[in-house]
Design a protein around this ligand. Sequence first.
Ligand code: PLP
Length: 451
Amino acid sequence: MSTVAEADLAALFHPYTNLVKHPETGPMVITRGQGVRVYDEAGKEYIEGLAGLWCTTLGWGEERLAEVAAAQMRELPFYHLFSSKAHTPGVRLAEALKALAPVSDSKVFLACSGSEANDTAIKMIWYRNNALGRPQKKKIISRERAYHGVTVATGSLTGLPVNQRGFDLPIERILHTGCPHYWRYGEKGESEEQFATRRAEELEKLILAEGPDTVAAFFAEPVMGAGGVIVPPKGYFEKIQAVLKKYDVLLVADEVITGFGRTGNMFGCDTFGIRPDMMTVAKALSSGYLPISALIVSGEVFEPIKAQSGEIGSFGHGLTYGGHPVPAAVALETLKIYAERDIVGHVRKVAPVLQDGLRALQQHPLVGEARGLGLIGALELVADKDTKTAFDPKLAVGARVVAKAQAHGVILRAMGDAVAFAPPLVIEADDIRLLLERFRLALDEAHGELV
Ligand code: PLP
């Protein structure tokens, strides 16, 4: 029989991988996990500094989730929510999310992934504006460096070249406005607030140039994740929301990374005073243990859609596995654990260890900016700290540092030359310190090679 690595090279088409280089490096096969650690085939231990893909909030080995999944598999391993059918975990999860999310008079639509939830949001927005008799109001604005998924429509919302080059994206009716990264895009002498005002003015100009009667919605992650962990400048969302309100443009908050405690509040919307018309969640919803996502829509969004479905005969959208009873039961248990263990309180308690540790690394010659809040952060590596000059992309400095960190027992992720940190939310202060110590070794080694 072949080894897992051999079978991998022969059979598996890897997502988000350089498919030419992959046969040279081979796969990194992870075999098990416990707490904030995962182990590879050789038994080597790693602190998972990105909670997998920003998702395994409760860490590995949470028995309660395994038990609930097994029990639900025995009780009702599948049923759907089409044609007025219902099952208890799906309904109870919708009820729990309705109570938790800051979306008024809401209804909850269940899907399987962040991309599907955001894609569904786009379809609902279009459907609703047809219902309201304004079929021209369909354009959707996202931001450069945003990440909202990889389907044809959400890959278009995503504002990263790698998701669009070669894929014939973006599609029509999707527009992008400027990224709210003050350190990188703020002008000389411009304050953070002035920068936020400039970004809001740019948004307004774009809406006016396109025609407000053609612009339907604005998508935003409260903190941009895959774009490099971009924390918005002071006052940004207040100013943006004022513009959206003025032109009757819906606000969709993509909380796929920020939802359920990551920023030190239950939602990023709470942290930044965002009052969304629609909100999407995934990842931490089940601590990443099973695939599930949700789209939470306000009553105002729901009502015209409801009326239109009556006229057409059905709301013609749904996913076979959307709200599947097993992930729904696991998600419900995850939410219970968050409440019982006061996960938000824990994040607030240990966040300063991560954030102060990252700020301390700002002294390092390779680090241009340390940023973040709660248990999410990034270090931007630069060739020249004073001028903020980036490294030649060919040097792949971010990837190099991440590879070295991996050798020292920390798994992290580089987005260009920004290295992201988003450990499981249950991480304790000592493990955060260890993670940062191991990372520092990697930085020093990379620095030694680059000078
Ligand atoms: N939205 C955000 C903010 C994300 O970070 C991601 C994935 O990383 C998605 C949407 C897409 O989620 P999925 O990969 O589950 O489709």
